[in-house]
Design a protein around this ligand. Sequence first.
Ligand code: MTE
Ligand code: MO
Length: 263
Amino acid sequence: MSIRPPARSLFRPKVAPDQSVLAENKELIESIERRGFLKGTLSLGALTFLSGCNISDRAAVQSFLRTISAFNDRVQGLLFDPNKLAPTYSVSQVVKPPRFNAYYEIERVMPIDLNGWQLELAGLIQDKRPWSLQQIHGFPEQEEIIKHICVEGWEYIGQWSGPNLKQFLTKIGADLSAKYVVFHCNDNYTECLDMPSALHPQTILATKYAGEPITDPYGFPLRLRTAVKIGFKNAKWIRAIEVTNTYVEGFWEKQGFNWFSGI
Ligand SMILES: Nc1nc2c(c(=O)[nH]1)N[C@H]1C(S)=C(S)[C@@H](COP(=O)(O)O)O[C@H]1N2
Ligand SMILES: [Mo]
C-alpha cells in the first residue's frame, strides 16, 4: 500500500502560548492524569495545538479540561461490557448540518475525487483487496444517533450510518486479536484506535449523515464514527485501514495528546 502525503502542510496553530493557564488548572489536570486518561503530562504544547481553542482564553482551556474529564467518566466500562452502550438520541435532536472541525479551516477542505478512490487495506488482514465505494454501500448498514464531543468543549448530536466496523473487520479477515486499527486519511491525518474500541457495537464506518451521503467537510465518502471516543479519534476522509500490533502515533498525539490511544 502506498500512502501519499498531501502536497502541502495544512496545519497552522491558531493560538499563542501562555504558561500560567497550566498552573491555574493544575488540580483538574492532575485529577485527569490520576484516572489514567492522560498517559503523559498535558503539556503547554498540546494545548497550544488545540485548533479553535484560544489558550489565552482561560474559560476555553477550562472547558476543554472539563470535557475530557467528563468524557472519561462517561465511557468507563463501556468498552469491557458489550451490553453497556453509550446514550443514543432521537431524530428530532439531530443537528443539521453537523458541526465542522479539523486541524484547518473549512475553506481548506480538499474534497475527495471519487475517480480512482478506493478503500485500501493493510496489515494483519487476510483479504487485502481494496473496496470500492459501491461495495461499501452494499454492506449492511447500521444507523446510530450519538453525541460527538470535541476536546475543545463543544458537542452535537448526529445521525450516522454505514458498515459496523466489527462486522467489516470480520468480513475482510482482520486479526481481531491485534492491538490497533489505524485509519489513514486523505489530509495526512492518522488515527490509531485500540481494538476494543474498534470492536465496540457503536463503532461504524459512516457513509451517511441523516440518511444522505456525508458531504465533503464531514468526511465524504467514508469516516469513522464511534460513541466511545472523543471527536479527534473519529477519522474523516479515510483512504486506508491498517490492522497492526505496532502503535502508530496519530495527529493529535504527535502534538502531545498522549492519551486514550490504547488500553
Ligand atoms: N482526517 C481528519 N479527521 C478528523 C480531523 C481532521 O482534522 N482530519 N479532525 C478531528 C476532530 S478534532 C473532530 S472534533 C472531528 C470533527 O468531525 P465533524 O466535522 O464531522 O464534526 O473530526 C476529527 N477527524
Ligand atoms: Mo475535535
